[in-house]
Ligand binder design. Structure first.
Ligand code: 1HN
Length: 342
């Protein structure tokens, strides 16, 4: 049973002034702001961004701002609940669309937050992470874990765009976000690990397992993801696959998790309510989702978000492939990840 708590107005003016002068405040009038009953009350609101609206703005940024003046040429997808300019799309996830033009280089740096890139458009770009050159082809998922040096380059002929997701909001909240700049990295003369030691699911290098890197595979080529989803769908399984570390089977990054899903034309899914926040990116296909009653129509390359504890329904119109970013790894580590029947 909950009783109504006392308010600030219940307290005499002189006492309020004395408290403020002493640098203290009463908890009880503010208690429910920080501990609401039953479920959190998110500030975040569901957002949706159509790629066809973002693309011309990105290309214009390419004309207006040389990459040297930007370090990273990005348009940030701001949470509507926090307003334009908010450096976050959900409570824990930052999203931005990044443009790299042919011949450009985004300089090397290293920072505390982790990033993932989901490739949206264009061929020929690559990112170098800890000396490993990772090709970036549409649909590929490429990791840039916190603490790893990274720079981007582009040997192709057309503009390249990708979606960045970072756990930046957490690091900003913790006052732990900072970067160090450095020279472009020397690239090892060897394809990335997805093409060599982790070429096949279920196989990992026998010699040197004990010295495996913390992030052994940093590129997840789209064609394999799509093939695996199709095979699951063909045998009637729920076509949802988590991106995992091939050595440990754990989530690929400490705080953010990534899941690929396939929906058949006409298929409708109503996942349980989850304590996580999420960002959905449409690799290809068309359909509509509802997030807490808000209807979002989507097609190729669009992006939309859902706050924590959202009621989400997806309905595909055509066959569709989505990748979603979520904060389940963080919530699991903190011990409060939860699913509720709807
Ligand atoms: C960053 O390092 C990149 O490396 C992109 O491409 C977006 C947003 C905030 C902080 C660092 C990148 C970023 C970022």
């Amino acid at each position: 049973m909950s009783t109504a708590l006392g308010t600030m107005d219940d307290l005499p003016e002189d006492y309020r002034q004395d408290m403020a002068a002493a640098g203290v405040a009463p908890l009880w009038p503010m208690m429910r702001n920080v501990l609401p009953h039953g479920t959190p009350q998110p500030v975040t609101q569901s957002g949706s961004w159509q790629y066809q609206a973002l693309r011309p703005l990105l290309l214009r940024a390419g004309e207006l701002t040389p990459v040297e003046k930007a370090e990273r040429r990005v348009l940030v997808l701001s949470d509507p609940g926090r307003g334009a300019g908010a450096m976050q799309a959900t409570s824990s996830i930052y999203l931005g669309m990044q443009l790299l033009l042919p011949g450009e280089t985004a300089p090397a740096h290293v920072h505390t937050p982790s990033a993932v890139r989901i490739m949206v458009e264009g061929q020929g770009a690559f990112t170098v992470v800890d000396g490993e050159r990772l090709p970036m082809e549409p649909g590929d998922l490429v990791l840039t874990p916190g603490g790893e040096w990274h720079d981007h380059g582009h040997d192709g002929a057309d503009p390249v765009v990708w979606l960045d997701a970072l756990d930046l909001p957490l690091f900003v909240y913790l006052e732990g976000s900072y970067a160090t700049e450095g020279p472009l990295q020397a690239q090892r003369n060897r394809p990335d690990a997805s093409q060599v030691e982790y070429l096949a699911a279920g196989l990992a290098p026998s010699r040197g397992r004990s010295s495996a890197r913390r992030y052994p595979m940093m590129r997840y080529p789209w064609e394999r993801t799509e093939a695996a989803l199709r095979a699951m769908a063909a045998y009637g399984d729920v076509a949802e696959l988590d991106f995992v570390n091939p050595e440990t089977g754990d989530d690929v990054l400490p705080t953010m998790g990534f899941t690929a899903m396939m929906l058949a034309a006409g298929e409708k899914v109503e996942p349980p309510i989850k304590s996580t926040s999420a960002a959905f990116h449409v690799v290809k296909g068309a359909g509509r989702s509802t997030v807490n009653g808000k209807v979002i129509e989507w097609s190729d390359k669009d992006t939309f978000t859902a706050p924590v504890f959202s009621e989400i329904t997806h309905q595909a119109e055509t066959e569709a492939f989505l990748i979603f970013v979520h904060d389940r790894p963080l919530q699991t580590k903190l011990g409060y990840y939860e699913e509720r029947a709807r």
